[in-house]
Design a protein around this ligand. Structure first.
Ligand code: ASP
Ligand code: MG
Length: 460
């Protein structure tokens, strides 16, 4: 049976006709059976602006944004010499976009539910264009395969949390089994949308910004793919953010566990939840650049060959440290339960945590505090202290909690920097600590020089 490859291309890989053709070449070379695409770069933002403008401003303002979006897609259509049937599909989507915006304008309402349908148009438009690019590339290479457009909503069933819908994995698997089992025959390249899905009632949903990676992983799981490829504009996962550290190096291989920690703790390459479906089905994930296919890229797998002590490091900015203290915690039980219950009720995810006998400190993204009720509810059971402008530094690697001397090396590198909190021990793959936000980049630079550039990881 043919190997089944699911490939995802992000917005910049869909930037214009050339980008689309280049991405289609990559898909051809990789033998992709299912290609998942994002909206053309900037379009999702434009659609959000369209919804907000339609709701609150004169209609002429919305018309400007509508024209901008249409012009961009028409230009790609023209450059690709889009055939009449595909052109007609694009026109229908333009009409839908303008009707939806008009509806929002008349009702003065751009609820999340309505916005999801409006935002779905970004991926629905780009996928029509990309299918044509894929067709042309297959033809050029004399391939017997055909490229076809798939409406992902026929398989990507979600719940109805609009704006952040959750895929219903069992339903997705059943629908993929029913509608996409032909993929293994290797005769067709199906081109489809990332980011969007549909409820059982047939209402369009989105998975949250940047959700196309996640869509691709969910689909890879649904069709039991052999490989999931995430093609973006950087050549794989780097040892740290190259904007912080010009000497950051590409990582050729990283384990699922390390990569999940890295994604959660601030590396921008992968959507944090992306890996979960791949982990569930043990599908290796490749991250590469559609602009530089010769670059090696990064493989993310269950088992990897080398296990360096420190493989990568990440900086997560704009953190707050919330410390909850109460004397009632002394020799008592149930306090952590009460605290976690409040975080749970507010659907807040905690990143790092430390405790002492009468207090607990947790780190949160500062945007969490926009929800004023969280602190109010916590204040009912404890004294609450909030420290802002912090950054979480994470070192990701292997055997971190069983390596003598690691802490010494880390802190020797930053003797002049105050460390506000340290988290070590829960995972052998992560050591993280908090510093002042403005010192974050400097700390990463020094640690990178010490652990990656100097090759000290060999001490593992
Ligand atoms: N187009 C969506 C966004 O910009 C999804 C994605 O690109 O992954 O958020
Ligand atoms: Mg994107």
């Amino acid at each position: 049976m043919a190997k089944l490859v699911v490939s995802k291309f992000g917005g910049t890989s869909m930037g214009d006709a050339d980008c689309m053709l280049r991405s289609a070449e990559v898909s051809f070379r990789q033998g992709s059976g299912l290609v998942v695409v994002s909206a053309t770069s900037g379009t999702t933002n434009d659609l959000i602006a369209l919804g907000k403008t339609a709701e609150s401003q004169a209609w002429s303002e919305s018309e400007k944004i509508l024209s901008k979006i249409q012009d961009k897609h028409n230009k790609i259509a023209q450059d690709l010499k889009l055939p009449a049937d595909a052109k007609a599909k694009l026109e229908t989507l333009f009409e839908e976009m303008s009707s939806l915006a008009k509806g929002m304008h008349l009702l003065k309402d751009c609820s999340v539910k309505a916005m999801d349908t409006l935002m779905s148009l970004g991926e629905r438009m780009s996928s029509v264009l990309f299918t044509e690019a894929m067709s042309q590339v297959l033809k050029k290479h004399g391939s017997a395969k055909s490229a076809e457009l798939l409406d992902v909503r026929t398989v990507l069933r979600t719940d109805d949390q609009f704006g952040k819908a959750k895929p219903l994995t069992n339903d997705v698997a059943n629908l993929c089994q029913k509608n996409l089992s032909f993929l293994r025959e290797g005769k067709k390249v199906m081109c489809t949308q990332g980011y969007i899905g549909m409820t059982e009632e047939g209402i369009t949903t989105t998975l949250g910004r940047g959700g196309s990676d996640y869509s691709a992983a969910i689909l890879a799981e649904g069709v039991s793919a052999d490989v999931l490829e995430i093609w973006t504009d950087v050549a794989g996962i780097a040892t740290t953010d190259p904007r912080l550290c010009p000497k950051a190096q590409p990582i050729s291989e990283i384990s699922f566990k390390e990569a999940s920690e890295l994604a959660t703790f601030g590396a921008k390459v992968l959507h944090p939840a992306t890996l979960l479906p791949a982990i569930r089905k043990n599908i290796p994930v490749f991250v590469g650049s559609s602009f530089d296919v010769e670059a090696r890229g990064t493989w993310v797998r269950m088992d990897v060959e080398d296990h360096p002590l420190i493989r990568a490091m990440a900086l997560r900015k704009k953190q707050v440290l919330v410390t909850l203290s109460t004397p009632e915690m002394l020799y008592a039980h149930g306090f952590l339960f009460q605290i976690f219950k409040i975080f749970n009720d507010h659907k807040v995810s905690i990143d790092a945590i430390t405790t002492s006998e009468i207090s607990v400190s947790v780190t949160l993204d500062d945007s969490t505090l926009l929800n004023k009720n969280l602190i109010k509810d916590l204040s009912q059971i404890a004294d609450v202290q909030v420290e802002e402008n912090l950054a979480l530094i994470s070192l990701i690697g292997n055997n971190i909690n069983h390596t003598p001397g690691l802490g010494k090396r880390i802190f020797e590198t930053i003797p002049d920097i105050n460390v506000r909190m340290i988290c070590l021990g829960a995972s052998k793959h992560n050591f993280c600590f908090l510093v002042a936000d403005e010192q974050g980049p400097e700390v990463i630079k020094r640690l990178h020089a010490c652990f990656i550039e100097a090759g000290i990881e060999e001490m593992a």
